[in-house]
Design a protein around this ligand. Sequence first.
Ligand code: ADP
Ligand code: 5GP
Length: 197
Amino acid sequence: MAATPRGTSPVPPDVRPRLTVLSGPSGVGKSTVVAHMRKEHPEVWLSVSATTRKPRPGEKHGVHYFFVTDDEMDKLIANGELLEWAEFAGNRYGTPRAAVQERLEKGEPVLLEIDLQGARLVRESMPEAQLVFLAPPSWEELVRRLTGRGTEPPEVIERRLRAAKIELAAEPEFDTTLVNTSVEDVARELLALVDVV
Ligand code: ADP
Ligand code: 5GP
């Protein structure tokens, strides 16, 4: 029997990416687009991250995030319970590993909404993941959205805008870019990419 050289094993019949990462600068509209998509398609499974950030008004523990203390985050990291984690604008954020793995093992699509550093870590550990970048129609519009959201004080907005410049420059690293002009249009495009059928 001829040996199969390493790295040339047959490609499985279903090569559609099962894990999709959505990234983009703070304020571009990631949460808005995902919420819109899931209102129409609640079957799209979105990973709930852990964060040391304090909840914004209306955010619920276990729904928008698992809001954890610094000590709890230290433990999650030390115990290897996070698929990836990153510090963003003064807070730590991470993706709980078990829930994601469980779905991937069942062959179900998984959506992560995480920052650029997290997207890069996922690409390293799962090269088959699909990376989607959500871009603003313009820099001015991004500033308007982030400021208009009214959830952060001016110094935090400044910090997030500094991060946004770095994130926008990384757009070519992504497989696909969606420009968030219309929430409805982008939600539809994202749904097609996540490929929930
Ligand atoms: P992110 O999750 O990327 O930080 P949000 O979803 O919180 O961003 O959106 C930031 C602000 O921009 C919110 O006030 C939201 O209502 C607004 N927004 C999102 N998408 C659009 C859009 N296509 N047009 C106009 N405003 C938008
Ligand atoms: P926010 O504080 O606005 O909810 O999120 C700030 C940034 O952290 C956003 O870019 C968001 O996508 C990102 N983020 C949320 N959860 C995670 C996560 O689990 N890992 C990483 N790396 N980033 C995350």
